[in-house]
Design a protein around this ligand. Sequence first.
Ligand code: AMP
Length: 585
Amino acid sequence: MIAGIDLGTTNSLIGVYEGGFPSLLADNDGNRITPSVVFYPEEGEPLVGREAVRFRSLQPERSITSVKRLIGRRIGENGTEQISGRKGAPAVITIGDRVITPEEVSSEILKKLKSLAESRLGTTINRAVITVPAYFNDAQRGATRRAGELAGFTVERIVSEPTAAALAYGLDRLADRSKVAVYDLGGGTFDLSVLQLDNGVFQVLSTHGDTQLGGDDIDEAIAVLIRRKAGIKEPSITVTSRLKEAARTAKEILSTAEMTVVRLPFLEENKSLEIPLTRAEIDEASAPIIRRTRSLCLRALQDAGLESADLDQVILVGGSTRMPLVRSFVKEIFGREPNLSQHPDESVALGAILQGAILEGNLQNVALLDVTPLSLGIETFGGLMNVIIPRNTTIPAKAGEMFTNAIAGQGGMKIVILQGERELASDNWILGSFEIPFSPSPKGTARVGVQFSIDADGILQVLVRDTSTGAEKILEIKSAVEVSDEAVEAMLAGSLEHAFEDMDARIFTEARLKAEEMTPSVHDALAQLESEIPEDEVASILRLTEEVTSALGSKETKRLKQALISLDEATQGLATRLVEKAMRT
Ligand code: AMP
């Protein structure tokens, strides 16, 4: 039996496929939702879920929430602002004198879910499908898989959340060919994915998101509002934590009620507070956060080549989509009412269960296809990004290219694996790098094949082979994001913002490489053909090569391209004459 798990930022769920149906499993108190909170007491085993929540307001410094924002991250990347340490080192959490990795924290949550399922079903469960946001990169997916393994699961598949949700919504309800947008606003992340359902095959056409946008941010904005209304100047860490919890409760109540009273007994100096709060007030505080989803939605539609009118459905996923304000924003963005037929908190877990059932062969005629969130490629000579697998390619995917040596006598090649949308290698993220040695050979004669393959979990394997010797190296990229200061969304924003100058930089670099190759070979040819070319022609060619050198120095792309075209035209005959000369002698 394969369990389906939604390992959420705020809440997690587990279930199995039984008797022909997906079913979510509840704990002894009937709760299907386990808060993704872990409390580390000074002694003894960590507490998870509701028990941990109880201790959180008493000892917030010993409890960990939203660990999903840290998993697979390195210090300096988005989400790690609260963590101190050397930039680039894996993010870890320190509690007292214990140092804990995000994988370990997540594995505690998974262990809790595992034991919940096992006690419900009376059998051991060792296999699982776990969901992650569509935007998770290789490192984050790999770390999630490791957390599953630490908890004692064989992780059969890592599935993107919107894909899972569409599976839960879509199985038999939608027409054979439909296009669906999945708007997923959870506790910590936002994603908008556009999917196509085609005769039982789900395919993600595009996805955009923000890994640092969700209900937690809304809670913070509301906590600030409560603090202002209560006139609290400098709250202690305990008070801040209580305010945030009160904000969250009030927010959830105001999804159905128009007003509520926030009660905070014995807050500071034994003072108790009662603050009335209306839906209109929290809407005003949260609108700027929710509005940030708009441009991401529009971009995902644009990437899929669709207008909102082309969509058959808009599906809501994530607890935060219960807010009436979110629903009205979604309606405004897509010009239609979203589909509310599923529980927004449960559809991802249901999809994970269904995916498990597909893997076990219990459900036929359904396949799940996902896409790469960012382009993958390698750095080429001149510092350019050479894309091997473009963004939004359906996975699993395999693609390769043949490369050669740019310099004569080169004894090896450094392969730098990049992820990102920018034209210059240095603007993209480095996922890893390695050297492949080959026997020194004249320029352009070495043959090095580079193959990228991404498996169904989104894990990348890079194979590099020197085709003359058969020597090869394989690098699997699960967790080795060496440098990554920018978040995915910043990368995409950057690629749009710099599209023009990036393209110019690429054209200039390509022209520069051509100039550096052409100038010496023209001089070489002239030297060999010295006596055979009229003096004025030699002079004219030399003038043109000087213009190339000077255009190169001026860094003007247009001028350099023009100079190269002129030099190319003027030297067309040189190669033929060289061949003729060689044949004569
Ligand atoms: P998820 O990550 O999908 O579990 O979503 C968790 C987020 O949904 C948290 O920020 C919750 O406060 C929020 N949430 C849950 N229920 C509601 C509700 N009824 N109204 C507003 N937000 C909610």
